[in-house]
Ligand binder design. Sequence first.
Ligand SMILES: Nc1nc2c(ncn2[C@@H]2O[C@H](COP(=O)(O)OP(=O)(O)OP(=O)(O)O)[C@@H](O)[C@H]2O)c(=O)[nH]1
Ligand SMILES: [K+]
Ligand SMILES: [Mg+2]
Length: 429
Amino acid sequence: METIYALATARGKAGVAVIRLSGPRSFSAIENLAGSLPEPRVAGLRPLRDDAGQLLDEALVLTFVEGHSFTGEQSAELHLHGSQATVAAVLRALEKQEDLRLAEPGEFTRRALENGQLDLAQVEGLADLIEAETEAQRKQALRVLTGALGDKAAVWRSRLIRAAALLEATIDFADEDVPVDVSPEVLELLAEVGLSLEEEARGVAVSERIRDGFEVAIVGPPNAGKSTLLNALAGREAAITSEYAGTTRDVIEVRMDLNGLPVTVLDTAGLRETEDYVEGIGIARAMERARLADMRVFLQGDEGSYLELQPEADDIVVKGKGDLRGNDGFSVSGKTGLGVSELIARIVKILNVRVATAATATRDRHRIAIERAMKALESARNEVMNGPDRAELAAEEIRTAIRALDSLIGLVDVENILDEIFASFCLGK
Ligand SMILES: Nc1nc2c(ncn2[C@@H]2O[C@H](COP(=O)(O)OP(=O)(O)OP(=O)(O)O)[C@@H](O)[C@H]2O)c(=O)[nH]1
Ligand SMILES: [K+]
Ligand SMILES: [Mg+2]
């Protein structure tokens, strides 16, 4: 196994930069620079010198013995002063050593997977954690990283293995009188796992939203103050505003963190009947995107309709230009900020109800595997209902379901998924 190294922290100026190594030459490579090594897992301050004896930096050195590291291999970390020149000098000194090479993006994590330190779902969780920008994303990614999906899969697996074993035990008795009818217990196990899978599959849509962000569309008649409200939410002039009705044409998207939730707010063209060709295209786009969004904020103007677009159950209807209205119910003003934090609170409250239904599974890949398992279990159930002579077929369907669930955590079908996952990893991870 080759020994790899890479800068694990972001490029550029920082207080500290970390270079990590993994593989059998990690300790000796560090020893060449530092003279001696601290005890494993104990940080030790060491001068690092190149082969000419020139001081490169004073660094904290950490070592991890094989079997007790992130990758599972012998590993080490150098905590350097975080300047680009220091990092470059130490990387040069490592490059000169034999049997060391620069890691590829995601290679540390790939080794962790290959050495059984992480399962496939955990690797996905790690990728999401590195990408996490909001609290909701961090919590969800951490849940997956700490193995929550693997734990669930293990429970499903053990129930299904029991169901298959019960059926298999009856196969040998097919021609004789079966001593006990196992079908009630098998059906119960299948129903139990089936329900749990169904719930999980349903929650994936929400989990995906947490990963990718919820879409909230601001809609309403021209000049209601939609773009001004978007700018207030974004904290910058993302959209053009003016007193001309029909200013906004394209859908303007701004990604933001609303009280810990990842949300893309869409500003849209004001809705009205129009003769203007381009404005008409903008209005068609506005309605299309608003329909597809997770929820809509209907900003009421003094007049005007929403055309065919009507508020749904979870949508918010609020009066615009609140600063010009008296005490007239819930209103917002993008101009003065009046009611904006109340609006954010209402949006977040509605979305948080959905967040609570999120699944442990977070990806389309997971949903597809779960649905494949559900289908196989449905077939198994039908076979069981068809009588004891179908036990073998039923058991085969259950094994198909188990294989589908195993792909969640990477016991099967790993290779074709890996490249896709690791493509998103940065160097040094
Ligand atoms: N007093 C007051 N004026 C506002 C407020 N919001 C927007 N305006 C003004 O109303 C006019 C229209 O604002 P926009 O934000 O462009 O309205 P819009 O809904 O995006 O309009 P279209 O893009 O044309 O559909 C501008 O002159 C804004 O300065 C508000 O909360 N209070
Ligand atoms: K306008
Ligand atoms: Mg506008």
